[in-house]
Write a protein that binds this ligand. Structure first.
Ligand SMILES: O=C(O)CCC(=O)C(=O)O
Ligand SMILES: [Fe+2]
Length: 353
């Protein structure tokens, strides 16, 4: 471990973590250091218990037909809240073009990055480094975000990003629609109505996790569940994403060409906990940067989500308060996302409906 120098003041507001790391950083600045109880516990990573671990996430081929596919998706949602999909038919060229564009974005000098995304409040593009809302400890990453339905003026997007972003987003919308329909139809709910509601608000984020000199002190992204309905994730070949299952953290093995599908909080609320949102986090490493693309699908901000009557009876009383998605969003983003302080585990659950 590098010697921590008290002469170097901890930076408070970091404009770009990549820039800081590229300048030859030898230690983790205070603002990124997790308190001891929140640090990566490597002893709990996929440790075999009676030979039954490590388990692997379900891998589902979209080449299968209706019923079989529905059943597999239903089982994966119920047991894991996360699965990988293959044979999805998503054009490789669109992934490659997007990947090249965002790699280029992250390679630009910080001033240029900030200039490119600062097009006023209606801009569909945003960039931030590390600190998420009012969390007190920063995550070890830089993030570029894209809200395709935030603004009509998508022509203002930087030209090298515009084409790849829009083409990718359009195709991803089609894949998401199909997956969300399958999730709802595995619950015997009207997939047309629900998939329409739960894809209204779309956000894409592009994460760059630089190498970290002291990975045991940090998280690329601390433990959380996604606050929307469903997330589709693309990671590169670098490990880092982990999911919590039966109190153990399991690595999500990078799989070439696969997408990772995660169940979010709105599906948990809607199903009164029948499908639970999945807790996940990202660890850092010393040797190679990692990138990921996350596509979030959620109800619109004015939509109200509450447990459906199909999932509430005398044996299963309503566990969640009825909430407008914008209120959920506001509360979710204003709380620390680390550990069990996540919204999923706190205020909304078990309140009188
Ligand atoms: O980078 C990843 O693999 C995970 C990203 C994630 O969980 C998120 O953005 O919510
Ligand atoms: Fe997430």
């Amino acid at each position: 471990m590098a010697t921590r120098s008290p002469a170097v003041p901890a930076p408070i507001k970091i404009r770009s973590l990549k820039e800081l790391v590229d300048s030859g950083l030898q230690y983790v600045p205070e603002t990124y250091i997790r308190p001891p109880h929140e640090r990566v516990d490597t002893t709990s990573l996929s440790v075999p218990v009676n030979g039954s671990f490590p388990e692997k996430l379900p891998i589902i081929s979209l080449r299968q037909s209706g019923n079989q596919l529905r059943q597999q998706i239903g089982l994966a949602c119920k047991e894991w809240g996360i699965f990988q999909v293959i044979d999805h038919g998503f054009p490789t060229i669109l992934k490659t073009e997007l990947w090249e564009a965002i790699s280029h974005f992250f390679s630009l000098p910080t001033d240029v990055k900030i200039e490119l995304v600062s097009q006023g409040p209606s801009s569909p593009l945003f960039f931030f480094s590390g600190l998420y809302a009012q969390d007190t400890v920063s995550d070890w990453k830089d993030t570029l975000g894209f809200r395709p339905n935030r603004s009509t003026n998508l022509n203002l997007l930087p030209s090298f990003l515009r084409e790849p972003l829009l083409k990718f987003e359009w195709k991803m919308g089609i894949l998401a629609q199909k997956l969300i329909e399958m999730v709802f139809s595995s619950l015997r709910l009207d997939e047309n109505i629900f998939s329409e509601i739960h894809t209204r608000r779309r956000t894409m984020t592009f994460n760059y996790y630089p190498v970290c000199p002291e990975p045991n002190l940090t998280y690329g992204l601390s433990s959380h569940s996604d606050i929307g309905s469903i997330t589709i994730l693309m990671q590169d070949a670098v490990k880092g994403l982990q999911v919590k299952r039966e109190e153990r953290w399991i690595d999500v093995e990078p799989m070439k060409d696969a997408f990772i599908v995660l169940i979010g909080d709105q599906i948990e609320i809607l199903t009164n906990g029948h499908y639970e949102s999945v807790e996940h986090r990202v660890t850092t490493n010393k040797t190679v940067p990692r990138m990921s693309v996350a596509c979030f699908f959620a109800p619109s901000e004015e939509d109200v989500v509450r447990p459906l009557k199909e999932f509430v009876d005398a044996e299963h009383p309503s566990l969640y308060k009825e909430t407008k998605f914008c209120d959920y969003l506001r509360n979710g983003l204003s709380k620390p996302l680390s550990g069990k302080t996540n919204l999923k585990f706190s205020s909304l659950k078990l309140l009188p409906a």
